[in-house]
Design a protein around this ligand. Structure first.
Ligand code: NDP
Ligand code: OXD
Length: 307
């Protein structure tokens, strides 16, 4: 098996060495040095414009859970199998991140952080967990893990998904018809959807206004899910009481962006779930070995759905 490896990491040697460790019989080339050789499969993340020019792979292994960037590549062959990373240590990080946001809003820790900035000693009214029902959009590998984690912490959890899902202790809603009911009973909305033509811009005024006044938004999926102008207006109008944002259409978020200094916004630099190189490379190697044997793989992208 000949593997072409490409990543945006300026020091890709560690990841490549791990992949080689887990696939001792394979031969590897690093992009762009090995670009003129013929390869069976590609392992890549956000491949550059000329990556697919004049080369065909039997399969493409995406170094990440979301394939939106790969699917937007203009020269991506329409029929090549694409396989993504599944969890690989990201679900546990997402659980922690959403738990942190939920506890902050529950106990007003985000407001105490601001008060500390002005040396203000001011206890605030606490709220009960039942007053902060958490609604998760996208009950996939990550969304389901977050839902059950928050459920086990004692939060009321609801989930919304394209197809029907049954998760013990989580009230599930399906499709466009049940979206309004899902939203009206949610006080902290978490986006864990893949970015597709159906979900781009889904977090807009029309949707967010269906949340009760004073709700919170947590976006940890992709920046393009959120209509930023609508979110800013709803924060300023008080319909949204706060937003915790980890992902943005332009990253790094430019210095002039109003989110940086908005008093109701907590933001982090796309770290809600960081790629764990060891876990990810081990999983990709296992999948390449299974592919070489002709086994059925998990994490294969349905190109018609876009995830
Ligand atoms: P999955 O593919 O496992 O789950 C996606 C879920 O979203 C599925 O349950 C799917 O429904 C549902 N869904 C898709 N489209 C729609 C729609 N139009 N309406 C309602 N539900 C829909 O993905 P993961 O859980 O592994 O990852 C989710 C996303 O998280 C990734 O695509 C990526 O963008 C993002 N991510 C962000 C990271 C970060 O650091 N911020 C890190 C890792 C991932 P169905 O069950 O019917 O297919
Ligand atoms: C992602 C990832 O899709 O890091 O963002 O896997």
């Amino acid at each position: 098996m000949k593997v072409l490896f490409q990543t945006v990491d300026p020091a890709p040697e560690q990841a490549l060495a791990l992949l080689a460790k887990y696939l001792p019989d394979a031969q590897f080339s690093l992009w762009p040095q090995g670009r003129d050789e013929v390869h069976d499969v590609a392992v890549c993340w956000k491949p550059p414009a000329d990556f697919f020019q004049g080369r065909r792979f039997r399969a493409i292994f995406n170094i990440g859970a979301g394939v939106d960037a790969l699917l937007q590549h203009p020269d991506l062959p329409a029929d090549t199998m694409i396989v993504r990373v599944e969890d690989a240590g990201m679900a546990a990080q997402m659980e922690e991140y959403v738990a942190w946001a939920a506890l902050s809003y529950l106990r007003n820790f985000h407001l105490y952080a601001r008060q500390q900035g002005s040396a203000l000693w001011q206890p605030l009214e606490p709220r009960a967990r039942a007053e902060l029902p958490v609604g998760i959009m996208g009950l996939g590998l990550l969304g389901e893990r977050v839902a059950t984690y928050l459920r086990d912490m004692g939060f009321t959890v609801r989930g919304w998904n394209r197809s029907a899902r049954s998760i013990e202790g989580v009230t599930s809603f399906t499709g466009a018809a049940q979206l309004p009911e899902f939203l009206t009973g949610t006080r902290m909305l978490v986006c864990l959807l893949p970015l597709t033509k159906d979900t781009q811009g889904v977090l807009d005024r029309a949707l967010l206004e269906q949340l009760p006044k004073g709700s919170y938004l947590v976006n940890i999926a992709r920046g393009l899910h959120l209509n930023e102008a609508d979110a800013l207006a709803l924060l300023d109008e008080g319909h949204l009481a706060g937003a915790t944002l980890d992902v943005f259409p332009q990253e790094p978020l430019p210095d002039y962006h109003p989110f940086w200094r908005h008093p109701k916004v907590t933001l982090t630099p796309h770290i809600s779930a960081q790629t764990l190189i060891e876990e990810s490379m081990r999983q990709i190697a296992t999948k390449i070995a299974a592919f070489a044997r002709g086994d059925v793989l998990t994490g294969v992208i349905d190109r018609s759905k876009g995830y």
